[in-house]
Design a protein around this ligand. Structure first.
Ligand code: SAM
Ligand code: SF4
Length: 347
């Protein structure tokens, strides 16, 4: 049975949607006792808010060029083993058409920080997608940009932006990134996105090298203050051509536990069961949903590009028809279903 005091913290979290640092630490340290209870409560809250419906978003990985050098990521500029590509506007629109045929109503344009893909070009892509598909939402995930650039993206019609904070512990942040990528800049970007009016997503990897309980506590405190509309969180997985190639993967169990805590903290947040979790755990989508997740993000990039967008070892590569039918089958085992809807945050 869970220890009374820590179990009481789960109720407190549901009631107040926030905790003190020491209370978060206690929840993290008592995972063994609270794992089942936290997940059961999280699933219940997700059911109250989203029923048995799971939103699906199509990710278009439109460029794997990146000027940055995050130590964990296979797209980092120092990885010279990677074949780099950049999709044309027409190729991106084709991805959209394919996704739309499968009922996808949110396109997530994701890429490295690629100076070769200009803001003007990305704005043209957003405008074209919005004019071809009048009932879709555009999410961007293209890293750190100026306030002015974010504003231009918003004016072109993008309404959601994913920018994981990666870790809210600045000493940890400095161990995951080179000096040229300071913590304060990423956090400033997140606040700029919110200010402009984007539904904003932050998030972190679970088990990234040098992560401690204290870093996770800082993450959870950051999230409860920042109040993101979306949260992207999956396990860290090593990539063979990065400085972290020999580091162990994050734990699926801890990922599922922290996902559940996030759902308890933010009942309406858009919370994906990530591809990284699915890579680590064969039934990772279903398990994520049983921790309160309500979003899945299939890859709608061209099949030839998928193997080159390798963030970590073993990233899954399926064609879209195959992945959607596998997702449906996995969801059926827990009696959930995909719904074709924009799925905006309803605060
Ligand atoms: N370049 C943009 C950015 O950094 O925000 C968007 C693309 S980036 C590849 C998306 C996310 O992938 C990052 O925020 C990071 O958390 C995640 N990621 C990168 N390398 C990873 C790894 N080795 N294991 C798990 N997730 C990883
Ligand atoms: Fe580039 Fe994003 Fe990978 Fe960092 S995480 S190297 S910014 S693609």
């Amino acid at each position: 049975m869970p220890d009374h005091t820590s179990a009481h913290l789960l109720d407190k979290l549901v009631k107040h949607n926030r905790l003190k640092s020491s209370e978060w630490a206690s929840l993290i340290e008592n995972e063994a006792d609270l794992y089942d209870l936290a997940r059961k409560m999280a699933q219940e809250i997700a059911l109250q808010n989203f029923e048995r419906k799971i939103f699906y978003r199509g990710i278009i990985e439109f460029t794997n060029f990146c000027q940055n050098d995050c130590l964990y990521c296979g797209l980092r500029k120092s990885n010279h083993d990677l074949k780099r590509y950049r999709l044309t506007k027409d190729e991106i629109i084709e991805c959209g058409k394919l996704g739309y045929e499968f009922g996808i109503k949110t396109f997530v344009l994701q890429g490295g920080e690629d100076l070769g893909f200009s803001d003007d070009k990305l704005i043209e892509v957003i405008l074209d997608l919005k004019s071809i598909f009048d009932d879709v939402q555009i999410t961007l995930s293209v890293g750190e940009r100026s306030f002015y650039t974010y504003q231009r993206f918003f004016e072109a019609g993008a309404r959601r932006y994913l920018l994981r904070h990666e870790t809210a512990d600045f000493t940890h942040y400095a161990k995951l990134h080179p000096e040229a990528q300071p913590f304060w800049h990423r956090i400033t970007c997140l606040y700029n996105l919110k200010k402009i009016g984007f539904q904003t997503g932050c998030g972190m990897m679970i088990g990234s090298p040098n992560q401690t309980t204290s870093s996770l506590v800082q993450d959870l405190c950051f999230i409860q203050d920042f109040k993101p509309e979306m949260l992207g969180m999956g396990p860290f997985l090593p990539h063979h051509s990065t400085p972290f190639k020999t580091q162990p993967s994050g734990s699926a169990r801890q990922t599922l536990y922290i996902l559940a805590l996030v759902r308890l903290m933010a009942p309406k947040i858009l919370l994906p069961a990530t591809t990284a979790l699915k890579t680590l755990l064969p039934n990772g989508y279903a398990e994520g949903i049983l921790s309160g997740c309500n979003v899945i993000m299939p890859n709608i990039s061209p099949d030839w590009a998928k193997p080159n967008y390798e963030l970590y070892n073993g990233k899954l590569v399926n064609d879209l028809a195959q992945s959607i039918s596998k997702i449906r089958a996995e969801l059926k085992t827990i009696n959930y279903q995909l719904v074709s809807a924009k799925g905006d945050f309803q605060g």
